[in-house]
Design a protein around this ligand. Sequence first.
Ligand code: SAH
Ligand code: SF4
Ligand code: F3S
Length: 441
Amino acid sequence: MGKRYYIKTFGCQMNFNDSERIRGILRTLGYEPAERWEDADLILLNTCTIREKPDQKVLSHLGEYKKIKERNPFALIAVSGCLAQRAGWELVQKAPVIDIMFSSFNIHQLPDLINQAQAGYKAIAILDQPPEDEDRLWNFPTERDNPYCAYVTVMKGCDKNCTYCVVPVTRGRERSRSLESILEEVRRLVDDGVREIHLLGQNVTAWGRDLEGGQSFAKLLYRIAEIEGVERIRFTTGHPLDLTDEVIKAMADIPQVCNALHLPFQAGSDRILSLMERGYTKEFYLERIHRLREAVPDVALSTDVIVGFPGETDEDFEHTLDVVAIVRFEQIFSFKFSPRPGTPASEMENQVPDEVKTRRMSELLALQKSIMSDIAKSYEGTEQEVLIEEMRDTDTLIGRTTTNRWVSVRGDERLLGKIVKVKVRGSSPFNMEGEVVEVVK
Ligand code: SAH
Ligand code: SF4
Ligand code: F3S
C-alpha cells in the first residue's frame, strides 16, 4: 500500500489553491489521498489566522490528530499556511506533535521537508521573507476536485496596511506572478477541460504593478480571455482603490468576465475607514460601484464588512447599514472585529464590547436578509446562463449563474461541464431551481 495524506484547509480561496498545489506535490511524491485522517501517513493542516477563531480550531484539531502516532508511529503531522507563518516556533512549543512546518512562502520545499522529517528531524522552515526561488512553486501541478472551474493564483501578498489585518505579515509584500507563467497554466487547465478560470490574489486588482513592461490587471484579463476554451473568468479579491476605470472597462468589454464582483468595503463611516487605513471614503466606494453599474448594469456585488472596529459608535455603524441599503449586495460576509497580535488596531483604545458587536451584527444580518430575499425573487422567470458543475442526484445537477448563484436543474450526466440556458422557476435566498431550455456550449 502506498503512502496516504489527509489535508484540512482553513481560510480563503488562496489557501485552498495552495492546498491544491500541496496535493499536486504529494502526488508527485507518490502519495494518495486518504478519506479519513485515521488512515493517513501524513496529516497536514493548512491554516488561517485572519481572526482568533481559526487559530483555536487548529489547536483543537492538532489535539485530535496527535492520536495518529499511537496507530502509526511513522505518521507525520504538518502545519502550513498563515498561522504557521505568524506563530512559528511558538506554535511548535504549544503543540510539539508538529513534525513539519512551512508557510505559503515555501510550499515548493515540501519534498525536502518530508525527507528531513522522515529522517527524524523537526522540519520547521519558517522564513522571514519569501525565498528567491519561490516561483518554483508554479512548476508543480495542482490536484483539483472540480473538473470545470479552477483557481489560478496570479499574485501573492499585499502592500496595503489595513490596521486590523495580518495578511501583510503572513503573506508578505505583493509579488505578481509573471504573465507567461499564468497564461501557461491557464492553457494547461483548458486542455484539461476547465471552462471557468478564477484568478486569485489577496489584492488581485493590483496585479502587474511590480512587473516590467506596463502590465496591469485589466491587460491580464484581456490576455486570458484570448485563450481559446476560456468560457468564464472570475477574480477575487478586488480592492476598491484598484478598481480603476480600466478594470471596469475590461469587465464590460470581455464577454467571458462573469457578472459578479466581490468588493469589500469593511465599514461605511469615513472616520472608521480612516482608522482602518483603507485609503478611501464612503463616497469614493459608492462612486466606484456607480461607475461599475453604469458599465455592467446587471453585475452582482458581494462584500466583506467588519463590525465593531475599535471606536465604532452607533452613528458610525449607521453608515455601514447605509452602504448596505444603497448598494444592495447579493451577499455579505460580515465579521466581528477580532484583535490580531501585532496589528495596530489590536492596541487601539475604545475596543467595542462583544455584546455591542453582536447587536450590530444582527442588525446588519436582518437588513441583508430582506435585501437578499428581494434579490432572490427578482431571479424568478428570468433566463440565466449556468455552468453545470456537479451531479446532485441521479436526475439533478447543480451549477452556477455568472452572478455566482447556485441553481439546480433536472438532467443527466451529459450536461456536466456544459453551459446551459436555464429558465428560473423558483428562487429563495439559498436555493434556486429551474429548467434547462438550451445547451449553449
Ligand atoms: N484582501 C481582502 C481581504 C482579505 S481578509 C481585502 O482587502 O478586502 C478577508 C476578510 O476578513 C476581510 O475583508 C475582512 O473583512 C476580514 N478581516 C480581516 N482581518 C480581520 C480582523 N482582524 N477582524 C475581523 N475581520 C477581519
Ligand atoms: Fe488585509 Fe487590507 Fe491587504 Fe486586504 S487589503 S489583505 S484587508 S491588508
Ligand atoms: Fe487566512 Fe491567510 Fe487567507 S490569514 S484569510 S489563509 S491569507
